[in-house]
Design a protein around this ligand. Structure first.
Ligand code: ADP
Length: 475
């Protein structure tokens, strides 16, 4: 089946979070199953075409009468990079700079979506499915019906819209409508209007043929007023078309036996390399290189969603124990400062690296003993699955995808991590202390590590589920 997959970020070329991982891995997993998948994404300013090995493509691609240049990275699922010097090429941040969104994000991602819809005609493709991701692509289903109704390249094409995070909705003042080339009739309650603003997310939810989100539990949570970010009524209305399909992880990029970011390698049967990774990580971040002390890792956006306020509140009590904490994250300036300060005050116990560092993220997954993810909500979450694969025991709040992927340790021979429910520092602390106690019991800990490493969270199963959904839409 031919599938056109559109995403605003695609790893490894551009990534700010889970969407980049998914858009990098799912198309390849679909291609391995025999599908013809083409990926479309912007050529962001951070992507150097030459360094990335992109090739220019000769085409007659146009968006609203303007010619558009294209690059391609060939492979099993070729990735087309849409060029626009002003909207994408000259920006550093993908969505904003210095904590502020780019003011023209509505124009930027409407442009991406229109370029993606024009691509099949320009390249002679006939996709049966347009798989659109997150609010950035939310206009796609409407544009398909209204601007491509007679496009032979898209005749009969059906749309799948995936919610990676309902909290980011792409809301803009209604005054942008004319500049986007959209008629005022879309600004209705049943269409794209959301509390007197234009909502790209709502546009996707209202007009796509099928909706998916990235875990079964999150698919249920977003139907409720607590989890629905004010879109729960619309989602309940579309509940029959909404599917929760758990994300997989890229088991090639995240493989402790081969990972090029690691100083040593390991497998479930041979864990000496993990101890070497721990020692190297302690040296790298300036913590005392002690094998016996439990090392707690965090790799996260420093945002409310991630429960970082709980971590900050629980930290002093946690540090009363003999533990080490290493955090890699960026985001909210107040939290960046709080963790930098904690590291200055307790250099023997806390290391904080503020920034985005792919290599260090891998080395923390490999070198830590425990991994904290106390999220307020979590559509799927990838780091807990990386942790399991790297023999690092996750401590998670049992919400969304965290509830679907981490089983609580029963004290004997079942479970892969430690879960808690209440959103309080105390509950996080209790679960973490429980983990630290088990850490002292070498046999029990080894069992946890081995069961986690044996989990199969590869993309294969999830790709099969997407494919089954595509077939129900375009038999
Ligand atoms: P989200 O998409 O909500 O941020 P996910 O757990 O789905 O959360 O995905 C986060 C991805 O981004 C993971 O691959 C994680 O390793 C990565 N990541 C997050 N913060 C950083 C950082 N500061 N440096 C490197 N990688 C990071």
């Amino acid at each position: 089946m031919q599938i056109l997959f559109v995403a605003s970020e695609v790893g490894p070329w551009s990534k700010t979070g889970g969407l980049g991982d998914v858009a990098g891995a799912l198309p390849r997993a679909l291609a391995e199953r025999g599908n013809e998948v083409v990926v479309v994404t912007p050529r962001h300013g951070s992507i150097d075409p030459r360094a990335a090995g992109l090739q220019p493509v000769r085409t007659a691609l146009h968006v609203r009468g303007e010619p558009v240049a294209l690059w391609v990275k060939r492979g099993p699922a070729p990735v087309y990079f849409v060029e626009h010097p002003h909207l994408f090429g000259s920006r550093r941040g993908l969505y904003g700079d210095g904590g502020r969104d780019h003011p023209d994000n509505a124009e930027r991602f409407a442009f991406l979506t229109r370029a993606a819809l024009a691509l099949p005609g320009a390249l002679g493709l006939r996709p049966r499915i347009l798989h659109l991701n997150d609010w950035q692509c939310g206009l796609g289903p409407w544009l398909l019906r209204h601007e491509h109704a007679r496009d032979p390249a898209l005749a009969g094409a059906r749309t799948v819209f995936t919610i990676h995070n309902l909290a980011y909705q792409g809301l803009f003042p209604k005054q942008v409508l004319p500049a986007l080339g959209l008629p005022w009739e879309v600004f209705r309650y049943e269409a794209m209007e959301f509390f007197d603003q234009l909502s790209f997310m709502k546009a996707g939810l209202a007009f796509a043929d099928a909706l998916t989100t990235v875990s079964p539990t999150y698919a249920r949570e977003i139907l409720t007023p607590e989890g629905g970010a004010s879109l729960d009524a619309l989602l309940r209305h579309r509940a029959r078309d909404l599917h929760g399909i758990l994300n997989g992880i890229d088991v090639h990029a995240w493989d402790p036996a081969r990972d090029p970011h690691l100083p040593a390698h390991f497998t479930p049967g041979e864990l000496a390399g993990k101890a070497a990774c721990k020692a190297a990580l302690q040296r790298e971040v300036g913590l005392p290189a002690r094998p016996d002390v439990p090392l707690v890792g965090l790799v996260t956006r420093l945002a409310e969603q991630k429960g970082i306020d709980l971590v900050a509140a629980a930290l002093p009590a946690l540090l009363a124990r003999d533990v080490q904490v290493v955090l890699l994250g960026s985001g909210d300036a107040a939290y960046e400062e709080a963790f930098a300060r904690a590291a200055r005050e307790r250099p023997d116990r806390v290391a904080a690296r503020i920034g985005f560092d792919e290599g260090l993220a891998h080395r923390i997954e490999a070198g830590a003993d425990l991994f904290l993810m106390p999220s307020r909500f979590e559509p799927c979450g990838l780091n807990q699955m990386y942790s399991l694969r790297y023999g690092t025991v996750p401590v998670v709040r049992a919400v969304g995808g965290l509830a679907d992927t981490v089983e609580d340790f029963d004290g004997f021979t079942r479970g892969t991590g430690f879960r808690f429910s209440e959103y309080t520092p105390q509950a996080l602390l209790t679960a973490t202390r429980r983990a630290l106690d088990v850490f002292r019991d070498r046999r029990a800990w080894r069992g946890l590590v081995e069961r986690g490493m044996a989990e199969d969270n590869s993309w294969e199963r999830s790709a099969a589920r997407y494919e089954a959904l595509y077939r129900t839409l375009a038999p």
